[in-house]
Design a protein. Structure first.
Length: 619
């Protein structure tokens, strides 16, 4: 019979404290780094696979703008040639103008439709590729990255930042290209129609260019601040919803509401600053545009009166100028979208520029065939030292050998280095010095698929994904048959409760496995580990959150999973130690006691003291 349980005086959960989040500037400490210089390279890499589609899209817009800009030329021809000819009873030129105008309008509409369809394919292809890159890269980043940055800071680039880019591609990019093409077409046509009018019109673009440059510089700062502000809002929201139980339990609603209000106000202020910059630009651009048109009309009218300029040419020039200046407001909207998208792209590029601190080996090695009938492998910590970025050294120098097939329980107080040992063995981190060897092969020389097949970790919180029970068991072996899955569940002792679920193995466990109890989730996790058939199993406080009946069921499952395998068990309860062949007591990153459970209980060290305290608690 399994003995009643007691707890070792607190274990380390990561061997280092997490900083408590606060409101306002506290959320800026872990802002994802941006990469302004990498945005151009990122865009080029996204567009590179679609060069042909981009070229077709650009050609369609060129032709569409050519059809649009032909209109004022036809108006000039009608005023100066077709109308006088009509007075002389020659209807041909006027009919030709009317037909030409109709054909240009029809061609413009057809080309516009084709451009929208083609650009939509390009835009959606870019966004599809970008979201996929963010997701794949976030999964590939090492555990230390995800421990530094909350999930909300990763959600922001994949949602709001990608959405900013979508708005730019869907709504703003055509405006920019249209304005640029209009500038080129209209400048050339005005200079061809009349050199003087064209020179004055081109000169008026100078103040507009300066205005655009000032707006871009000022708005860029505003939109970077806005991007950071909305990320902080998302982080606070995600953290609060993920921790809704402690929020309710400790009545944090009022405090959280106050923190959220601070972040929401900051976001409101940055939005207001963006609108203010936009208003300044629109007012300035309209003033320049209207002044330029007024001056050109007055000078052109004076020349028409002196018969040095044809009336049709003046009318065409005014139409061209209105066509050029009218989109100025829309150009402002594009710049608005552009600055927002540029700030978002900087954040996305910064995320994609992050490199894993635990990289894949350049020349991976394979593990040698296992010796004997046992599936376990020998684990060696050879002169290992390690320290986290946020704290001092956790393992000053650590040497340990675990023979193949041996189960080792590790106990110790908070900060002793137990969880760090487990993370190094799972290669969630690489040691600062020394080596961790698996059958003589450095873990850094093993390809990740090889490593994950050989080493499996079962954590205190058995994380289940949304999906069926069978899918969760088969995570370690996606190609496993239903028979293999059920065989693993039966060996663990989970088959009966799974069969009693509404849909048996096809029951959806829902978010985080909330449909089943903590003990049942742990049994599913053990079935998953057994099905994966690893050589080394790491149990990180796998029973610490369970009640006595649940712990007993899990301990029976543990005995099945660990049989013949090398195992490192981070022990929170002394009852867990009983299944071990060997016990290590750690303190300040060192092994201070090492022996069988019986040897250490009969001694005078720390473990004996813990065991006596446990026995006294049963009296």
């Amino acid at each position: 019979m399994t003995a009643p349980t007691t707890s070792v005086p607190a274990t380390d959960d990561g061997d280092r404290p997490d900083p408590a989040p606060g409101a306002g500037d506290a959320f800026d400490r872990d802002v994802l780094p941006s990469a302004p210089g990498a945005t151009g390279a990122l865009l080029r890499s996204l567009l590179a696979p679609m060069k042909a589609r981009v070229a077709v899209t650009a050609l369609l817009l060129l032709l569409q703008q050519a059809a649009v800009q032909a209109g004022p030329l036809l108006v000039a021809y009608a005023i100066d040639r077709a109308v006088p000819a009509f007075r002389d009873h020659d209807r041909g030129p006027l009919i030709a103008v009317a037909v030409g105008y109709l054909l240009c309008a029809l061609a413009s509409g057809v080309l516009q439709y084709a451009f929208i369809v083609a650009s939509a394919h390009v835009n959606q292809g870019v966004l599809l590729d970008l979201r996929g890159r963010i997701f794949r890269h976030a999964q590939a980043l090492s555990v230390d990255f995800h421990e530094r940055y909350t999930s909300g800071r990763l959600i922001s680039p994949a949602t709001t930042d990608v959405e900013s880019l979508r708005e730019l591609l869907d709504e703003g990019l055509q405006e920019l290209v249209s304005v640029i093409l209009s500038f080129v077409y209209i400048s050339a046509l005005l200079l061809w129609l009349d050199l003087g009018l064209g020179a004055v019109a081109v000169a008026s673009f100078g103040p507009l260019y300066l205005l655009v440059r000032v707006y871009r510089r000022r708005a860029g700062r505003v939109y970077r601040a806005r991007s950071t502000a909305i990320a902080a809002v998302i982080v606070k929201f995600v953290e609060t919803m993920n921790g809704i139980r402690p929020v309710r339990a400790f009545r944090r609603e009022t405090v959280n509401d106050a923190d959220f209000r601070v972040l929401n106000r900051r976001h409101e202020r940055t939005n207001g600053d963006a609108l203010l910059e936009m208003a300044r630009y629109v007012v300035g651009s309209r003033l320049v545009a209207n002044t330029a048109v007024a001056l050109i009309v007055l000078w052109g009218a004076h020349r028409v009166a002196q018969d040095t300029l044809a009336l049709g040419v003046l009318a065409a020039a005014v139409l061209y100028l209105r066509r050029l200046y009218d989109p100025i407001d829309r150009l402002g909207m594009f710049l608005n979208s552009y600055q927002s998208a540029a700030a978002s792209l900087e954040k996305i590029a910064g995320l994609l520029a992050q490199t894993p601190s635990v990289p894949e080996p350049v020349a991976p090695k394979e593990l040698p065939p296992p010796a004997g009938d046992r599936p376990g492998r020998t684990v060696v910590f050879d002169g290992v030292s390690f320290g986290y970025r946020t704290g001092g050294e956790v393992l000053p120098r650590f040497d340990l050998t675990i023979p193949a097939g041996q189960t080792v329980a590790v106990v110790g107080s908070t900060g002793a280095g137990k969880s760090t040992l487990a993370k190094l063995l799972a290669r969630f981190y690489d040691p600062s010095g020394g080596r961790v060897l698996l059958d003589g092969v450095d873990l850094r020389d093993l390809a990740f698929p090889e490593l994950r097949r050989g080493v499996v970790m079962v954590t205190q919180e058995a994380f289940l994904f949304s999906g069926t029970v069978a899918e969760n068991i088969a995570i370690g072996r996606p190609d496993a048959s239903r028979e293999d899955i059920e065989r693993a569940a039966k060996a663990i002792g989970a088959h009966d409760f799974i069969s009693a679920l509404p849909d048996g193995y096809d029951t959806d466990v829902r978010k985080r496995g909330g449909r089943i109890s903590a003990g049942q989730r742990q049994l599913v996790a053990f079935a998953r580990a057994l099905l994966a058939d690893p050589a080394v199993v790491i149990l990180d406080e796998a029973t610490s959150s369970l009640d006595v009946p649940g712990e007993r069921a899990v301990q029976r499952a543990m005995a099945t999973v660990l049989k013949g395998r090398t195992a490192v068990v981070i022990a929170h309860r002394l009852s867990t130690v009983e299944i071990a062949d060997r016990v290590l007591v750690m303190a300040r990153g060192r092994v201070v006691e090492d022996g069988t459970p019986a040897e250490l209980v009969g001694g005078t060290g720390r473990f004996a003291d813990l065991h006596r305290a446990w026995r006294d608690s049963l009296a």
